[in-house]
Each structure stands twice: as C-alpha cells, then as structure tokens.
Design a protein around this ligand. Structure first.
Ligand code: AMP
Length: 415
C-alpha cells in the first residue's frame, strides 16, 4: 500500500510517500518512495522534492495556500519527470496519514478521519492554536484533492502519552481548572517516543511488557519520556510543548512568576511573553547567537564563545536532571535511548548529559559513542554500564504510515 504522509505547519507542508504492508513491516522493508517539503506557503514558496534514489529538485512557485501547495506536490508525484517508483497516477496513492499535534483527552489512538473526528480535532484548537489549524488545513486539502474514496488517518503527537496516570498529568493548581478547561500535561513527540521504543524492542529482543526505558528526544524541540511496560507513564512537555527541557528556542521549565515579573518590568503583553518563551529563549536566548546546536558546538570549540558554552551546558544539565528524576520515577530503567537531530548526531552532547552518572549505573563508552551519528543505530554504553544506552534515529513518518495502514486494514496496534 502506498501511503502519503502529511505534516502541515502554519506555512509549510512536509510529505513522504511510503510503501508498506503488514508482511513488509514484519521484514522492516518499508520504502520511502518520495519525500519533500514546501516552505513559505502564502508567498513565493520554496519547494524541495526528491524521488527515491534521485537527487533533490529545488524550485520556487507562488503557492497561496495549503491546498494549492498539496496540488503542486501531487502533480509532481505523478509526473514522468519525478518518475516515483510505482506512482503513475493519484490512484496509486491508497491512503493519507496526517500528523496531528493535539488530540486532547478524547483522541487517544490513531483513527480514520470522518466528520466527527474533524470536529474533535477542531475542538482541540484551543489547546494547540498554532498547530491544529495548520494540521486541519492538510486534512481539508487532501479531502478535496483525493475525494472520499481515499481513506485518511489522523496520528496524534499526544496520544502515546494518554496512558499517563493522573499523578503525572495533573498540575498542582485547583482541580476545578482541570475539570473546567482540561488544563493538564498532555505531552508531545509521542510518535517519536513510541517509534524508538518499538525499535529498542527489536534491537534488545524485549517484549512490549518488558520495555522499561527512558527515551530522550533532542531536536529543535526536546522532550523526555518514561516508558514502563511499553507505555508512557510520564513526559516532560506539558499543556504545550514549552515545558521541560531547554530547547532550540523554548525555555522549558521556568518559575511561572517570571511572566508576571516581566509583564511589570518590561510592559510585555501575554502574547509577547508567549513569543519570548517559545521563540526567543532556549539555546538561542542564552547564547544570543542561534538555536542550532551544531553551530553552537562549533562556536564553543573554534572561538571559545562563553555564552555558546553556557547554553550547551544549561541544555545538558537540564537533560541530566530529567534523567535522574525519571530514573527515580520508574524505580530504575533498563535503557536510555537518545534520538532527534541532536540526540542522534552529537556524541559530545550525549557524553555531557551522561557525565558523572556512574553512581546510577550509566557509563558511556567513548569510542562507541563517537562512532554513532548520521543516522546510525546502536549502543553507546560501556561494558560496565548497568543501564544500556542506545542511539536510535527516529522516524515519525514511518510510524504514521504504519498506523495509517493498520487503521485502514482494521488490525490491532502492534508497533
Ligand atoms: P531536529 O529538530 O530533530 O531536526 O534537530 C535539529 C537540531 O539537531 C539542531 O539543533 C541541529 O543543530 C542539531 N544537529 C543536527 N546535526 C547535528 C550534529 N552533527 N551535531 C550537533 N547537533 C546537530
């Protein structure tokens, strides 16, 4: 089955076409036939398209909205110029899987999209005002362009964390606010945490029930997840993705009173404060240079930039503190899995996070650690490390494609 996976942001559209099937999944032989991204939708858009085994094609075109952008992508996908293996017409795309950021408390599993599901996703706009409307644009556009004959599936960033107990998801504010407005921790990056936990099972030979791991997703957004018996029991992101770890531009945990303080001192409105915590903080805010970890590591190394160094150290210290608290939360874990652009590619950051944790049974093997980057998968723990340490590249698109297949075929969740 050829599945179009769509991930729509406010002015962007990322896609992959993945060929998969139940027996293909058992052999781990799913294929990404094509992938690409459209940026700056609404003006002169930048389009990058790549068919399997071919070089990327880059171009610009005025694309006024997501529907026009998707139409552009679909025309390319079926064109002889693209020559995507197995795709000659739209009939060769059998289903569409959508990444949806927020499913609230009700949408706790990947589902086939019908009118009722659309209303439920619309109901979650309050909880994710930047993300869900963009995700919905992807659904509306695909419905229009494919028609009712092609099933569409919603896969939620939040749903993996729906197994968290109330002790984990409730904030210590008046309970009525949870009852009235559903103010609680939801967590995000669920598809990523779920995927790497699944790969961990494959690599370690553990069953779902035996999966007791801490997964650490370090990308531009960062989060940690405590997985016990295969299920999320705690995670660092909260009502929104701003909570928890230090990220590229988000501050992570902060004393909430900082907001009121800055409101008075700087005369900042709530919108401005929200922008400050989400877009101007984190690595960017501390370094004053960039949100990009690779560039910060270079600045620190080449120019001994003091604030770049400070930003990296604060980033790593926060992650280390979460590891410690999640090991306590879980009564110990069998393994820690690093993923995301930084987690997959930076031996230096991984080593700093795990530094001086031997007393918790965590010890990195310097050579193994240095050898894993650029999409490689494997273990980085020293022989003496009681907690096994893994690097596992994430693949959210693959999990979305597999969930889409599962929903369309109506088979139980296995991954
Ligand atoms: P993501 O959001 O998962 O794509 O991750 C983006 C982050 O990964 C950015 O901060 C990048 O600088 C970082 N990253 C990518 N490659 C490397 C690398 N080789 N070393 C350090 N950070 C990297």
């Amino acid at each position: 089955m050829n599945i179009l996976v769509l991930n729509c942001g406010s002015s962007s559209l990322k896609f992959q076409v993945i060929s998969t099937d139940l027996e293909v999944i058992d052999r781990n032989e799913d294929r990404a036939l094509a992938r690409g991204v459209v940026e700056r939708i609404g003006s002169e858009a930048l389009i990058t398209l790549r068919a399997e085994g071919k070089p990327a094609v880059r171009r610009a075109a005025p694309l006024r909205d997501h529907r026009v952008a998707l139409d552009h992508v679909l025309r390319w996908l079926v064109s002889p110029e693209a020559a995507v293996p197995g795709i000659q017409s739209l009939a060769d795309i059998h289903a569409v899987g959508h990444r949806i950021v927020h499913g609230g408390e009700k949408l706790t599993r990947s589902v086939i999209i019908d009118d009722a599901v659309i209303v439920q996703i619309e109901d979650c706009i309050d909880l994710a005002p930047l993300h869900n409307p963009a995700n919905l644009k992807g659904i509306y556009s695909a419905r229009e362009l494919f028609g009712p004959g092609v099933p569409q599936v919603a896969v939620f960033d939040t749903s993996f964390h729906s197994t968290m107990p109330p002790e984990s998801f409730l904030y210590a504010i008046p309970y009525q606010l949870y009852v009235r407005h559903k103010v609680r921790r939801y967590g995000f990056h669920g598809t990523s945490h779920r995927y790497v936990a699944y790969r961990y099972r494959q690599l370690s030979g553990k069953t779902h029930e035996e999966t007791n791991v801490i997964t650490v997703h370090l990308g531009n957004g960062c989060s940690v997840c405590a997985i016990r018996a295969g299920e999320s029991i705690d995670t660092s992101m909260g009502l929104t993705p701003v909570e928890g770890l230090v990220m590229g531009t988000r501050c992570g945990d902060i004393d909430a009173s900082v907001l009121e303080f800055l409101h008075h001192k700087e005369g900042m409105s709530f919108e401005e404060l929200d922008g400050l915590l989400n877009k101007r903080s984190g690595l960017l805010g501390i370094s004053g240079l960039t949100n990009d970890m690779r560039d910060l590591l270079e600045e620190e190394h080449e120019h001994q930039d003091r604030r770049a160094h400070l930003a990296i150290e604060i980033f790593c210290l926060r992650a280390k503190k979460y590891l410690g608290s999640y090991l306590a939360r879980m009564n110990g874990a069998d393994a820690i899995v690093f993923t995301g652009g930084i987690g997959e590619n930076s031996p230096d950051v991984r080593a700093r996070i795990c530094r001086d944790l031997e007393f918790l049974g965590i010890a990195v093997d310097a050579e193994r650690n240095a050898a894993l980057s650029g999409g490689k998968e494997g273990e980085i723990g020293a022989a003496a490390s009681r907690v096994r340490l893994y690097v596992i590249p994430t693949n959210e698109e693959l999990l979305i494609a597999r969930d889409t297949l599962r929903c369309v075929r109506n088979v139980p969740r296995r991954w």
